[in-house]
Design a protein. Sequence first.
Length: 203
Amino acid sequence: MADSLTFGVLLFEDVEELDVVGPWEVLGFWASHIATASVRVLAVGPRVGMVRGAKGLGLRADHAVDETPPLDLLVHPGGDGTRALAKDSAHLEWLRALHERGTVLASVCTGSLVLAAAGLLAGRPATTHRNHLDKLAKTEPSADVRRAARFVDDGAVVTSAGVSAGIDMALHLVARYDGPEAAEATRSGIQYEAPEPVRGSGA
């Protein structure tokens, strides 16, 4: 594990709440109670301040995207707000710039459609919410769409299926950065019982 890590979780209007809070709980619990090195988890948004989730929950971004410290990983949630983001050239360019700088991009649910719109899933295995698998294949025809996977780890890009699958992906990321023992301690600490079986997929 690196001496220090900085992770961002993206917030935006009409974000799916559990896409944010599930990974945040996993990564935050690990950072606070398990990780032996310094791990920061930051709430990142288009600007500092409140956004409103798809179900009405208010969520506060503490860092604007253009002022965010260098990130080792960004969690990009899904939700109704991704429809606008997939057409937002500035947002797509920001994602491409993060990718070029070596930031791992991890999407939850329809967040993968935004990564696809940015050209970041070309030729990669990927997944998304089961109701949007065909749209993912249409958005990026060269993607290898993994329809049965809860999450797909392709190194620089990690994608997960719908909503609750973001928790499984986040636990996988803990294992990736800090080993399976840390992931199991985190899972036990948040008292999460994973679906059986959790089907991840690598490159």
